[in-house]
Design a protein around this ligand. Structure first.
Ligand SMILES: [Zn+2]
Length: 396
């Protein structure tokens, strides 16, 4: 390495990043999480127009946040990710950095969003007539395409989100609905910064569309239904207001993102941000080899995922955690088990083990306990006991 080249952190054995071959994505995350910091950065040139994002793997520390975001790429069924923490802790940077790692998915060639997997699960009637015909003739109804990162702008209106009547078209007597952000988010990642500051009607529309996988817009004389199967990633700063508990429950994994505490980590983070600001392209190039490995590993893990099994013995440990934590929402275990399956896939295994559960359980279970509901049930139990005693006395 010459002095001019910003170098990614070296592993304990001082391998160069291009020589480093992890056994799995799990190893890669540990490798890049910044435990072994080294490398100096020189100022490069300013003024590069088309700026690549800060490399995901160049983020120092924050292992849990990185793990959660990677798991959401591997297994969209875990139900999204909520990042909770103060400003300046790298939440938005981490999410935007994902754009270099996004996998490929089958994308429909028709307006209704028909996919081959719809036929596999629901038969030929599960797609539109046009696609059924194509499928029957052996023509493709979808093509492989990279998942996109769609950011919901902070000042979005409900019409921007769900869609609205195209006024220019309406003037000519032809009614047409302009597609909203939600329909564009189908099969993609939808990122909402400052989730807690969005108006309730918008949050409700997003959560309903996300839960059902499709939604219907009625505007004027017309009505359209769109697919909306996306991974929701939200971030919020609790100093700026709370999230309604109903909304909080809808996010799968929950992360408390705090600032780096070790001084050497903070120094390394500063150096990398500085190097990136002066020459984003050089930084991206330096990280390209590990980024490429990670991209391949994510794609491999996604292919493996449908085969990953959750043994009953491990599932019972998970349910015991939920019981002892006094969590009511079924989303707790759904998220925990789906995340554990993703974690096993990231480690190239076909069976979830107790350690996978240990790694993902805190992310799936924290911020789910409701003090209000626990008190409510306790009061209810008291009343129920009284009622039963009374029944035994009055009606012998
Ligand atoms: Zn179709």
């Amino acid at each position: 390495m010459s002095d001019e080249t910003p170098t990614p952190p070296t592993s304990p054995s001082d391998e160069s990043p291009s020589a480093f071959r992890p056994r799995s994505l799990r190893e890669l995350v540990d490798y890049v999480s910044g435990r072994h910091l080294q490398g100096t950065y020189q100022d490069g040139e300013l003024g590069i127009a088309d700026q690549p994002p800060f490399p995901f793997l160049a983020m120092v520390g924050q292992r849990e946040m990185k793990l959660a975001l990677l798991l959401s790429l591997i297994n969209p069924a875990l139900g999204g990710v909520l990042l909770v923490g103060p400003r300046g802790t790298g939440k938005t940077t981490a999410v935007r950095s994902l754009s270099d790692l996004l996998p490929e998915v089958p994308r429909s060639l028709c307006d209704y969003g028909c996919l081959p997997e719809d036929i596999e699960t629901g038969g030929i009637d599960a797609v539109c007539a046009e696609c059924a015909k194509k499928y029957g003739m052996g023509d493709p109804i979808a093509v492989m395409d990279k998942v996109r990162l769609i950011e919901l702008p902070v000042n979005s209106r409900l019409d921007d989100v769900v869609g609205s009547l195209d006024e220019r078209a309406a003037g000519s007597g032809l009614f047409h609905i302009r597609r909203g952000i939600l329909s564009q988010a189908d099969r993609n990642l939808l990122y909402i910064d400052e989730t807690n500051l969005l108006p309730d009607e918008i949050v409700d529309a997003i959560l309903d569309a996300s839960a059902q996988g499709h939604y219907t817009v009625r505007r004027g004389p017309i009505m359209s239904t769109y697919n909306s199967r996306f991974v929701l990633i939200g971030s919020m700063n609790p100093e700026e207001g709370n999230l309604r508990s109903q909304i909080m429950d809808r996010f799968g994994l929950r992360l408390i993102v705090q600032g780096l505490t070790h001084l050497d980590e903070r120094l390394e983070a500063y150096r990398r941000v500085h190097a990136y600001k002066y020459n984003p392209r050089q930084m991206a190039t330096a990280y390209e080899p590990v980024t490429e490995i990670a991209r391949d590993e994510i794609q491999t893990a996604r292919t493996l995922l449908p085969e990953v099994q959750l043994p009953d013995s491990v599932a019972q440990m998970g349910l015991e955690l939920v019981r002892q934590m006094k969590i009511d929402s079924l989303r707790a275990e759904i998220t925990m088990f789906e995340a554990a399956r993703g974690y096993a896939a990231a480690d190239n295994r076909l069976e979830v083990n107790p350690d996978d559960l240990r790694q993902v359980a805190p992310m799936a279970l924290r911020l789910r306990r409701s003090a209000f509901m626990n008190q409510y049930f306790e009061n209810q139990l008291h009343e129920e006991t009284q009622l039963q005693t009374l029944l035994a006395q009055v009606i012998p």
